[in-house]
Design a protein around this ligand. Structure first.
Ligand code: SIN
Length: 534
């Protein structure tokens, strides 16, 4: 078995993982960054549309207030303070000064600002409706040029290595649980490699693909959460799954996100009869925090029997729409909807995990030398519901603070990094039909029983289905050689169970976790298409 050794192992190549590689490399650490696909695909941050908070007339107290209000007053203030303290400088130094990301500017060269749900002023900078792509294409190029960063694509993390479980020295089991890297599947050769590291950083993104309808990229099933949980790390707040209110939904068309910035620029939610329905729900109407808008749409769908509502941006001129939202305009047009003339059919879909691997603000999990950053981590910043456009900012800040803390540790501590046991795997190839069917069952169970509005009966049913499936999948996993789809399935069922456990243990409706009254109707809308976001 090939073994690779490094100071820092980063698992995931979204904004958090790549930003960590940048900061750690600047601090003189060696970094191996692994990701399952090409750098330019896979990660959710690549597809982020809205923008990132950065405001030259910065009011940290106001931002703090908005984050806490959006969270339904459940955020961890220490985490909120850290974000508002470090976010502004991180955007300036990395995105504006170092990478010169092409954010939209007015003719005088000043940054343009937009607004999203829950924000009390226009403080979000953006690059058209492809902010994630604009940031990451520059950052990927930058990371590939760093001399002490080795990027390995086509590598899927399998299981975290710990001293107690994987060392060849039996006496190491008496050590406290300490992470020393990961086994990783090289999807090109089919070989398993051991990557041994002083610090392991989980930056695997969220978990939306455990739900039938989602804005998340394929394969985003909570790999970090599931792997961390297997070695005994604390995971928290997993019941708080944020559903994005406006995802394009039309028969025989793929689902895709319609940015909240469309509402920020004047888009209004209406029902099939063209009537606004948010004005009776919240003073911020269509721009209320996401959990409120998503549930209001859901209730509207239940009462009307329709499976979508509409987002109407026709108050803006066609030229403005085409210039400000070129990608959304084009994708809708390909599906037969000209958004400069007609409203966009939308419905909520799973979007963001506010919970994750418990960490402090420096990325430390409950396991020594195992860190988590970005969406994989849960510092409590978002509490029960995330404020829009905080996620890219959190990726930068968590990456920076974690790299700085790691650099201090690496300079001052001794690390015991022994040889690890060989990986053994059966020769049998897994049956892809079984994998696909099991994945479908996980996603439909989560969608129907663990969706926007939950009940204890449905959570109970979901738990029983998923527990049985988990047993089947564990047996199947042990009897077959590894493929990336089998690893997805194994992590998906574990993550789904963790979400269901968290939801079942919390009877209190807050933010994204809403438990129905006894007689409340709670059906999730039927999906219009089998095809998911690519
Ligand atoms: C959006 O553009 O609506 C998504 C941005 C976010 O999730 O913060």
């Amino acid at each position: 078995m090939e073994t690779i050794r490094t100071d820092c192992l980063v698992i995931g190549a979204g904004l958090a993982g790549c930003a960590y590689a940048h900061y750690a490399s600047k601090l003189g650490l060696s970094v191996v960054l692994i990701c399952s696909d090409e750098l330019s695909s896979g990660a959710n941050s690549q597809w982020a549309q809205g923008g990132i908070i950065f405001d030259t007339s910065y009011h940290p107290e106001q931002l703090k207030k908005d984050i806490i209000e959006a969270s339904d007053f459940t955020s961890n203030e220490t985490a909120v303070d850290s974000l508002v303290q470090h976010g502004q400088d991180a955007v300036q130094a990395l995105l504006l000064d170092e990478l010169d990301v092409p954010f939209d500017r007015d003719p005088g060269g000043e940054l343009k600002y937009t607004r999203e749900g829950g924000h009390s002023n226009n403080r979000i900078i953006f690059s058209k409706d492809v902010t994630g792509r604009a940031i990451l294409s520059n950052l990927h190029e930058h990371v590939l040029s760093l001399p002490n960063v080795a990027v390995q694509t086509g590598m899927v993390a399998v299981d975290l290595l710990t001293l107690s479980h994987n060392s060849v020295n039996p006496k190491d089991k008496y050590e406290p649980i300490t992470c020393i890297g990961t086994y990783a599947l090289d999807t090109n050769s089919g070989e398993i490699k051991a990557i041994i590291a002083k610090k392991t950083i989980l930056a695997t993104g969220g978990l939306g693909q455990i739900f039938q309808n989602t804005t998340n990229q394929l394969g985003v099933v909570g790999h970090g959460v599931s792997m961390a949980h297997r070695v005994g790390a604390r995971v928290i707040d997993l019941e708080y799954i944020q559903f994005h209110p406006t995802v394009f939904l039309k028969k025989n068309c793929p689902l895709f996100l319609v940015s909240e910035a469309v509402r920020g620029e004047g888009g209004v939610l209406v029902n099939a009869a063209g009537q606004e329905f948010m004005d009776t729900q919240h003073p911020m109407k269509s721009l209320a925090p996401r959990d409120i808008v998503a549930r209001a749409i859901h209730r509207e769908l239940i009462s009307s029997g329709d499976n979508c509502v509409y987002l109407d941006i026709s108050s803006r001129s066609p030229d403005f729409i085409k210039d400000r939202f070129p990608s959304i305009y084009q994708r809708c047009l390909e599906c037969g909807v000209d958004i400069s003339k007609e409203p966009i059919p939308v419905a909520p879909a799973a979007h963001y995990s506010c919970g994750g691997v418990y960490t402090d603000i420096n990325g430390r999990s409950s396991i020594s030398n195992l860190n988590a950053i970005g969406e994989t981590a849960c510092t409590g910043l978002h509490g029960a519901n995330r404020l829009a456009s905080t996620s890219l900012l959190e990726c930068l800040v968590s990456a920076k603070l974690t790299a700085e803390a790691d650099s201090l540790d690496v300079a001052s501590q001794a690390f015991h990094l022994p040889e690890v046991r060989e990986w053994r795997s059966p020769d049998e190839s897994p049956d892809e039909v079984l994998i696909r069917q099991d994945m479908k069952l996980i996603k439909s169970t989560m969608w129907n029983y663990v969706g926007l509005i939950r009940s204890s009966k449905r959570l109970h049913r979901a738990r029983r289905i998923l527990m049985e499936l988990d047993d089947e999948i564990s047996e199947f996993y042990a009897g077959n050689h590894l493929t990336s789809s089998l690893l997805n399935l194994r992590n998906a069922v574990k993550t789904a169970l963790l979400v269901v456990y968290a939801a079942s243990l919390n009877p209190t409706s807050k933010g994204c976790h809403y438990v129905a009254f006894e007689d409340e109707e709670i059906d999730m809308p039927e999906p219009e298409s089998e095809e998911l976001l690519k």
